[in-house]
Design a protein around this ligand. Structure first.
Ligand code: ATP
Ligand code: MG
Length: 140
């Protein structure tokens, strides 16, 4: 089934100029970029995006990190895009991620793990509309 998912290249990876290498892995993995932009979240915007994690012990640190510098957000599309992208990203903790995955190659630690990907169709829709208007997505 053709799906959409939201990708974020996190501040740790943007700072290290890894966007090109990460996009290469996304495209090589069979996903297509349908929307793309750079922005920097305020602390409040990061807290809004990660609201599902607000009770977690890492919430403050995570939202400080996510608002600490520019991010690159993208809408990715393809067959089974949500699971496919989670496979390309690898496990949350880079130390446990499979070789060849984005997090294994570029992630620094369990928090600064270079990328985000939606985890369900419902969340993909919410997350895409958090960042993109209809005019900012192409059909391809
Ligand atoms: P993401 O939602 O970013 O794609 P994920 O679904 O693999 O990652 P989640 O459990 O949703 O992982 O956690 C969201 C993010 O919170 C992680 O990507 C990571 O940046 C951070 N995080 C998760 N667990 C921890 C932890 N134990 N300590 C610090 N940060 C964490
Ligand atoms: Mg998640």
């Amino acid at each position: 089934m053709q799906e959409l998912t939201l990708s974020i290249i996190k501040p740790d990876a943007v700072k290290r100029d890894l966007c090109g290498k990460i996009i290469q892995k996304i495209e090589d993995g069979g996903l297509r970029i349908k929307g793309l932009k750079m922005l920097q979240l305020s602390r409040e915007e990061a807290r809004g995006f990660y609201a599902v994690h607000r009770e977690k012990p890492f919430f403050e640190s995570l939202t400080d990190f996510m608002s600490s510098g520019p991010i690159m957000v993208a809408i990715l599309g393809g067959e089974g895009a949500i699971d496919k992208y989670r496979g390309i990203m690898g496990a949350t903790n880079p130390a446990e991620a499979d070789s060849g995955t984005i997090r294994k190659e570029f992630g620094l630690d369990i928090e600064k793990n270079s990328v985000h990907g939606s985890d369900s169709p419902e969340n993909a829709e919410i997350e895409i509309s958090y960042f993109f208007s209809k005019l900012e997505m192409v059909d391809r």
